[in-house]
Design a binder for this molecule. Structure first.
Ligand SMILES: Nc1nc2c(ncn2[C@@H]2O[C@H](COP(=O)(O)OP(=O)(O)OP(=O)(O)O)[C@@H](O)[C@H]2O)c(=O)[nH]1
Ligand SMILES: [Zn+2]
Length: 212
């Protein structure tokens, strides 16, 4: 294995880390603010000038807000459950708008998630909880593929549905405003678990409902 492959394998093992959150360092805000001050100095700016004076603290608060999903276990939201024995069909919540941060460049990723599941034993969760799960995992340094997997895994772990499908469409600012500078391109990721993984017809039916 080359060094580069070894690094890639290590990174992908880390990607399998548990879904539960981390604990937030007590001095997080001060440390981020200090780092932002260093960046401003490094680009030749004067962090003491009037317009930048409060920027390190503002940016620190902003980072703690956009990464607040690191400090929760989004699966907890799915513990709100109801039973509806008479409902045997799919439940689909589409167009869940989210913002995330790409872990390679720490630039925003924004888009829509669609979450569908086939309840097992009439076990349902609250509709808003699906959006809360997306939000919880999105508010971390992320890869779109991992975000997609984590939402599906959370559904399987807590709700144990017969099937689950997660589709995410997003625009990555790291592709729009820098690097390849390709604004408007959208990345679509999809994961199907349970019976929809192999039942092509059922999966196509759900996907066509997502498009309608
Ligand atoms: N698969 C995947 N790639 C992502 C995601 N977010 C950003 N990337 C990509 O991560 C890659 C990092 O590539 P590198 O060559 O290490 O970094 P870079 O020189 O900044 O790459 P460029 O963006 O091509 O300029 C880029 O191709 C990004 O488009 C994501 O959610 N999933
Ligand atoms: Zn990126």
């Amino acid at each position: 294995m080359t060094d580069r492959n070894a690094t890639a394998a290590k990174a992908s093992n880390e990607d399998l880390r548990p879904l539960e959150g981390l604990s937030r360092p007590a001095d997080a805000q001060e440390r981020i603010a200090g780092a932002v001050r260093t960046i401003l100095e490094a680009i030749g700016e004067n962090p003491e000038r009037e317009g930048l004076h409060d920027t390190p603290q503002r940016v620190a608060k902003m980072y703690l807000e956009v990464f607040e999903g690191l400090y929760e276990d989004p699966r907890d939201h799915l513990k709100t459950q109801f039973s509806a024995d008479q409902h045997h069909g799919a439940v689909i919540v589409k167009d869940i708008h989210f913002h995330s941060m790409c872990e390679h460049h720490l630039l925003p990723v924004h888009g829509k998630a669609h979450v569908a599941y086939l309840p097992a034993g009439g076990r349902l969760t609250g509709l808003s909880k699906l959006a809360r799960v997306v939000e919880g995992f999105a508010r971390r340094p992320q890869l779109q593929e991992r975000l997609t997997d984590q939402v599906a895994q959370a559904m399987e772990d807590v709700l144990a549905p017969e099937a689950v499908l997660v589709v995410i469409e997003a625009e990555h600012m790291c592709m729009s405003m820098r690097g390849v500078r390709s604004p408007g391109s959208t990345t679509v990721t999809m994961i199907a678990r349970g019976t929809w993984k192999h039942d092509h017809a059922a999966r196509m039916e759900i996907l066509s409902l997502l498009r309608s």
